[in-house]
Design a protein around this ligand. Sequence first.
Ligand code: 2HG
Ligand code: ZN
Length: 453
Amino acid sequence: MMFEEVLSPGQVKNDADSLAVWGKDWTNGFSVAPSAVVFPEDNHQVAGLVAYARREKIALVPSGGRTGLSGGAVAGHGEVVVSFDRMNKILNFNPEERLVTCQAGVITQALQEFAREQNLFYPVDFASSGSSQLGGNVATNAGGIKVIRYGLTRDWVAGLRVVTGTGQLLHCNNGLVKNATGYDMRHLFIGSEGTLGLICELDMRLTKPPAPQVVMVLGVPRVDHLLDVLNSFNHTLTLSAFEFFSDLALEKVCAHRTLARPLAEPAAYYALLEFDETAMDSAGKAFEHCINEGWVADGVLSQSQAQAASLWQLREGISESIAAHTPYKNDLSVTVSQVPEFLSEVDRFVDDSYPDFEVCWYGHIGDGNLHLNILRPEHLSVEEFMAMGHAMSPNIFSLVQTRGGSISAEHGVGLLKKDFLHYSRSEAEITLMKGLKNLFDPDQILNPGKLFA
Ligand code: 2HG
Ligand code: ZN
């Protein structure tokens, strides 16, 4: 058995079913061919695994909840998948510091629930929080639906224990608030997609819970008015979320989940807003202003927590509801003020050059993050369509580059976007990034072939 000096036999799987399950994430279109899946249980075993892999020249693919959409956790070339499924314990809670020490395999929702039990709040949230793991969230600096109020995963990581490609276990930051002792390596690992080290343990910060939340869904006929609506509400209250979706996205999610449309009349776009119940009066004034200006056609306000949750389904269920169309996925960002023009430019390009492609827009428009999903026409095979998506990407990414935007706002680069990294990062930056990779992982055993072309 491989790894027998580090793991017990029950911690290694290589049957075909397990290889198929743990060899991939939610991304489609890449070959899946790992040689084994291993399940370490503590930091010491992770360090032992890396030391062994280094000696034997075995490539390792770290694997969390496998909810990634850029192929960052796909093992296509005989790699060994390192699953954190058995490192799923909350190890410590310090109420004075509001710090929770977690193993990397703790599910996001488990941390959210643990926080609630302490009358505290872990605010990073997204549709996949029921299966995504904290280690994966940190490795991709996951964003999600509350970024405009609470920031990204990065903002909640107070400490990390990480095993680098040389097998060394680093303790980064130890939960400190202030620490001005040179390079903060914690932040290098955050968003590094498993290419610099394997994240084993995390000290996550919690905060006070907000007031109960209410949700509003507004029909917005024009894309530029989405920004006017955002500005009006931002001016008068603190928003927890400002999301959007197109009418096509709404049609898909309503059909897939048998949900009712939220408004009597369809609109080109919908904005979903969330805010504290205590801000209801200010929200009413902003709503009236938007109606008077003609920016909003109609709206609905949640009257209960259950209704708020069902309005959220209209947004959070979209990704799953279009999966059957095997969409070509893009996760773009520009600064918020550029969103309307950018979105229209992309629409024009697709309409002119690929008239039979349908664009399904949705995303976190309040922070400039747009999920551009292009639906596969039925007459194209998945392979043909993926090749066309890849071929059209330079045109879309040139539009992103001109605006100084990002070709991957929150899903990471992985395999899907690595050919296009240079649209968002300069040659000088990529050279430095590769230099860091060589320093932390001199034998190229950590998630090789990801991030860089
Ligand atoms: C979301 O915001 C997720 O729903 C998935 O980031 C986005 O499917 C997508 O493109
Ligand atoms: Zn998203």
